[in-house]
Design a protein around this ligand. Structure first.
Ligand code: ATP
Ligand code: MG
Length: 558
């Protein structure tokens, strides 16, 4: 990395530029925009852009527009327009009245294209897409002029109007800017402004048979809206001279300035709508909101709090050099937020039955459990102790190695909020697997402390057999097993174990009954959230994230 990310949280080179512009009295009001193309769901990379653009509008006098850059009807759908609005709101930002669509400007963009033709700055080209591509030249070689480049203004206008009227088939002709086929910047080699597309548009229907290119529409849309600081990602840096050319040649109402910042890249993650669309279409995931997806919809379903995402994008800052952020940093922010906010409950992922032999049959008692260790106002709840319980299979070993302090024959442990128990016997099935434990408890240790001061080395979570509820629990791992998955051949990097289903888990009855949409901590296991696949008979819970915090340890080690 050549440049550090923002050193001071919340301050970066873009905010510095804006502050300087305000100090010099260049603007009374700062106007930014978040300009998604509605051709997919938003991902966490977009969260960075949203937080930057809307954040600036909150910190400085100004506003932020939500503008859909809906210039390509072939790939765009109403479903995406709706999901994008829902996601921006969920992240905690609001565009108020400032909702716009590039398609609202189609008439004006068309008039401006006729103006360019009239000024001798645009022409209709009959070459095929392939011919245009081949004559564009390379980084080292200039391009070649089109044989149609010197058409008269009258002929160009006539052909362009007939393109608009729908007279020609898709791909028959395009409108190109007449700039310079020898320009060092390939974006200036007579870029395409309009293409013929007989396609239904989600907003303009069948009105148009030609659609503007993104490059032609984008800067003019900014100018129409009075955007002062047009913030985008680095790949558009080379397009800036073209955007400035349009602004210079057209009678636009304002002059936006473009500033570029580095995209967010994350380890184990691909943030490209093309890849995400393919993951959905090819059935590698269960949809855009699959909890393994880096989409906001996926993260919402997985229980990721929006505050954790906001904190994450604040911490990574805004820089001008590309870099890759460790996904552990995101997980760290999620854990921090949930540790603070999530109520504690108990869940047993892989239950092993325990019978407390010296606990009277038919007897039960209510024990008090705390809902949040750092927040007394979260209160307490009752859990029922009885003769039959479940513990975690992993918490028992018949022949434990030296450092195993949890339950094993003859060893004593604490059951959280309850008693000390000791394993007195093991019951196995005909395959030799342990299917049940026999234990004894010490009635004097109620609440989990021994009056004689003796200690145990482990405290384990558990659930009552009678009143806990069966549930399906889904554990997610990284979708890709490669820290830098290959976007052009991502299928080979998919993690075959990204979803683990535990069909026979148990959870506290209060958890099953509540319809809470916030994640809860299942003690010692992580944070879990109710999934929409739950049925009245069988709740389904997704693990938002485990408790282990490897990233923080690495950071501490340096
Ligand atoms: P993708 O590459 O995933 O297809 P895109 O850039 O084509 O994304 P847009 O809908 O055009 O998607 O993006 C809207 C805004 O979000 C743009 O300003 C874009 O620069 C920004 N953006 C997209 N991806 C990222 C990212 N990974 N990090 C930061 N900003 C991003
Ligand atoms: Mg884009």
């Amino acid at each position: 990395m050549t440049e550090p990310v923002a050193t001071e949280v919340g301050r970066d080179f873009i905010r510095d530029i804006i502050q300087a512009d305000l100090d010099q009295g260049k603007y009374r009001e700062i106007v930014t925009r978040f300009p998604p193309e509605p051709n997919g769901y938003l991902h966490i990379g977009h969260a960075k852009s949203i937080a930057l653009n809307f954040g600036i509008a909150q910190e400085f006098p100004g506003r932020c527009h939500l503008r859909f850059d809906d210039t390509n009807p072939v790939k765009e759908e109403q479903e995406y327009i709706d999901s994008i609005q829902a996601d921006v709101r969920w992240l905690g930002f609001d565009w108020g009245k400032n909702l716009f669509f590039a398609s609202d400007y189609f008439d004006r963009l068309y008039e401006w294209a006729e103006k360019l033709i009239g000024d001798g700055l645009a022409y209709v080209d009959d070459q095929t897409q392939e011919e245009i591509r081949l004559s564009r030249g390379t980084l080292t070689e200039p391009g070649k002029n089109s044989p149609f480049r010197d058409r008269s203004v009258e002929e160009n206008l006539d052909l362009f109007r007939r393109m608009k009227a729908g007279e020609f088939p898709n791909g028959a002709r395009v409108l190109r800017a007449k700039i310079d086929m020898a320009a060092g910047n390939i974006n200036l080699r007579d870029p395409v402004l309009y293409r013929i597309l007989h396609a239904h548009h989600p907003r303009t229907g069948t009105k148009w048979h030609i659609y503007p290119s993104y490059d032609y529409a984008h800067g003019q849309s900014d100018a129409i809206e009075g955007i002062t600081h047009s913030i985008c990602t680095l790949e558009f840096e080379d397009h800036r001279p073209l955007y400035d050319w349009f602004i210079e040649k057209l009678p636009v109402p304002s002059q936006p300035h473009q500033y570029e910042f580095a995209r967010l890249n994350l380890t184990y993650t691909l943030l490209s709508k093309r890849v995400l669309t393919q993951l959905v279409r090819d059935g590698h995931v269960a949809g855009w909101d699959d909890p393994r997806m880096p989409t906001m919809a996926g993260m919402r379903r997985r229980g990721v709090p929006p505050a954790a995402l906001r904190e994450f994008v604040k911490r990574i800052g805004v820089a001008k050099a590309n870099s890759v952020v460790d996904v552990g940093m995101l997980e760290f922010c999620i854990r921090e937020e949930l540790n603070r906010t999530a109520q504690r409950r108990m869940g047993v992922l892989r239950p092993l039955k325990v019978v407390i032999e010296n606990y009277p049959e038919g007897q039960t008692e209510e024990l008090e459990a705390i809902n949040h260790p750092d927040d007394p106002s979260a209160g307490t709840r009752k859990i029922t102790f009885g003769r039959e319980l479940y513990i975690e299979q992993d918490d028992f070993m018949e022949n434990p190695p030296k450092k195993f302090f949890r339950l094993s024959p003859g060893n004593e442990v604490r059951l959280r909020y309850a008693y000390f128990v000791k394993c007195t016997g093991v019951i196995k099935n005909d395959k030799g697997e342990v299917v049940e434990l026999r234990c004894s408890y010490d009635p004097a240790t109620k609440g989990g402390n021994a009056p004689d001061g003796r200690k145990v080395k482990a405290t384990m979570h558990w659930l009552p057999a009678a009143t806990s509820v069966p549930a399906e629990i889904r554990i997610y791992n990284q979708l890709f097993s490669n820290p830098s998955p290959d976007a052009s051949n991502f299928a080979v990097d998919l993690n075959p174990n990204s979803l683990e289903i535990l069909p026979d888990a148990r959870i506290e009855a209060s958890v099953a009954e509540s319809n809470a949409t916030e994640p809860m901590q299942f003690e010692r296991q992580g944070y879990f959230v109710r999934d929409k696949d739950s049925t009245p008979g069988k709740p389904v819970f997704s693990r938002t994230i485990g408790l282990r915090d490897t990233f923080a340890k690495e950071v501490a080690k340096g």
